[in-house]
Design a protein around this ligand. Structure first.
Ligand SMILES: Cc1ncc(COP(=O)(O)O)c(C=O)c1O
Length: 410
């Protein structure tokens, strides 16, 4: 009996320690009052951030920062200007960047014999490359300017970037759940010009995945029209490869030319970054800029690029890897089902798309929206005001129980 009590005491201390580590409080003062107040606020808000696609319990970078500061890496500039697939400069982490691309490329169905990519500054930067590369590829191979087709529920960065790149855009209507409607695509197509297709995976508020198979069938009815497909998979492209739904992001199964994924969403990198991955054929059909003082001709949009984010990505591959990401993805999808079940249990109207970790529901009071940092929208087809929760790694069953208690008490 005594031994059993001891065993449970050890377990409880371990759980408490893990909990403390998870939500550790600030212990070191900076000497700047304003900064210290802000640090405390960040620590308080973190467990209650339910409305945004951020992994707030990524602890795997603590070892990275220990290595970084112990070696005084903060005193260097590591700049990845240049092509990670070319000869990389001395103070560049380009060789790690290339390994990151080669680790992820097969997860999206690219072959490492025929891949090109880079660690981007964000999901938006990845979409910028997708749109720019797609436009150049279509212009080089057909001599014509493409038209961009994107759903009216896709992330706004896509419309902004088309505006920035001065492209013709057709916004294609989506259905109630946020998926592009194949018949609306058919009606919008101008087959006299090439088609630059952007597929949303998933859409920002409802977490909808465009049905690539059905939409590809529409495109296939027009073989005279050249097509480039870019996938905006900022959030879903992180976790889907680690689930049984991985075929949805496998270009061998669905067919696409490039993909953009954010590094600071599912993967939990603590500053904006991402992945852009495409094929050598697409790379070979870009506008070239031969820059003698850099390692190759520059096809990517930016000159200076962070050398630190590729190192963080590389570190996470070693520290978390397939096993850790599979566990995290499984937990997220289980907790998404749990959240829906609990909302249904209290009679709160809610909806979610297949394969999605986003649940949207009738908007609660402003106080609850603010307390849990929910994101809002409005759609008369679902009764008007809505909010959503994105079930990321820190949105555990306990966090969900706390949220449901608050809804019941409102
Ligand atoms: C579907 C989608 N695309 C693009 C973006 C923009 O990504 P980032 O914030 O990394 O620039 C987001 C951000 O939430 C998103 O959800």
């Amino acid at each position: 009996m005594k031994r059993m009590i001891f065993k449970w005491a050890v377990v409880l201390v371990a759980v408490a320690a893990a909990g403390n580590m998870l939500w550790a409080q600030p212990t070191v003062k900076s000497g700047f009052e304003k900064l210290d107040r802000w640090t405390e606020k960040c620590h308080q808000e973190r467990p209650r951030t339910l409305g945004y696609p951020c992994n707030q319990v990524s602890m795997a970078l603590t070892g990275f920062y220990n290595w970084y500061t112990d070696n005084r890496m903060e005193n260097f500039l590591i700049n990845n200007a240049g092509d990670p697939f070319g000869k990389v400069g001395a103070l560049s982490s380009g060789e790690f960047e290339r390994e990151v691309i080669e680790y992820f490329a097969p997860k999206y169905g690219f072959s490492n014999d025929d891949v090109w990519g880079l660690v981007t500054m964000s999901g938006t930067d990845g979409n910028n490359h997708g749109i720019y590369f797609g436009t150049n590829y279509l212009k080089h191979t057909t001599g014509k300017e493409p038209i961009v087709y994107v759903s009216d529920e896709a992330h706004y960065s896509n419309y902004r970037l088309c505006d920035l790149q001065n492209l013709d855009v057709r916004l294609v209507k989506s259905d109630d759940m946020g998926r592009m409607i194949p018949d609306s695509l058919e009606a919008a197509l101008d087959t006299s010009r090439p088609c630059l297709m952007i597929y949303a995976m998933g859409s920002t508020f409802k977490g909808a995945i465009d049905d690539q198979t059905a939409l590809n069938c529409v495109l296939a009815r027009h073989p005279e029209m050249a097509v480039y497909r870019h996938i905006d998979a900022a959030l879903f492209g992180g976790y889907l490869p680690f689930t049984k739904h991985r075929d949805l992001v496998d270009r061998r199964k669905v067919g696409f030319e490039s993909i953009s994924i954010s590094g600071h969403k599912f993967f939990g990198i603590d500053s904006p970054c991402g992945l852009f991955i495409t094929t050598r054929e697409i790379y070979d059909n870009q506008t070239t800029f031969d820059i003698p003082y850099l390692n190759a001709n520059m096809r990517m949009i930016n000159c200076s690029r962070s050398g630190i984010e590729p190192l963080k990505f590389w570190w996470l591959i070693q520290a978390v890897g397939d096993k850790g990401w599979t566990e995290q993805a499984t937990q997220m999808l289980e907790c998404t089902a749990y959240l829906k079940q609990q909302l249904n249990g209290i009679g709160w109207r809610c909806w979610s798309n297949d394969y999605s970790n986003t649940v949207f529901f009738t908007r609660p009071s402003d106080e609850i929206v603010n307390r849990f940092n929910l994101a809002n929208s409005n759609d008369p087809r679902f009764g008007g005001n809505l909010s959503h929760v994105v079930v990321m790694q820190h949105v555990t069953r306990e966090a969900i129980d706390g949220f449901i208690r608050a809804l019941k008490a409102q």
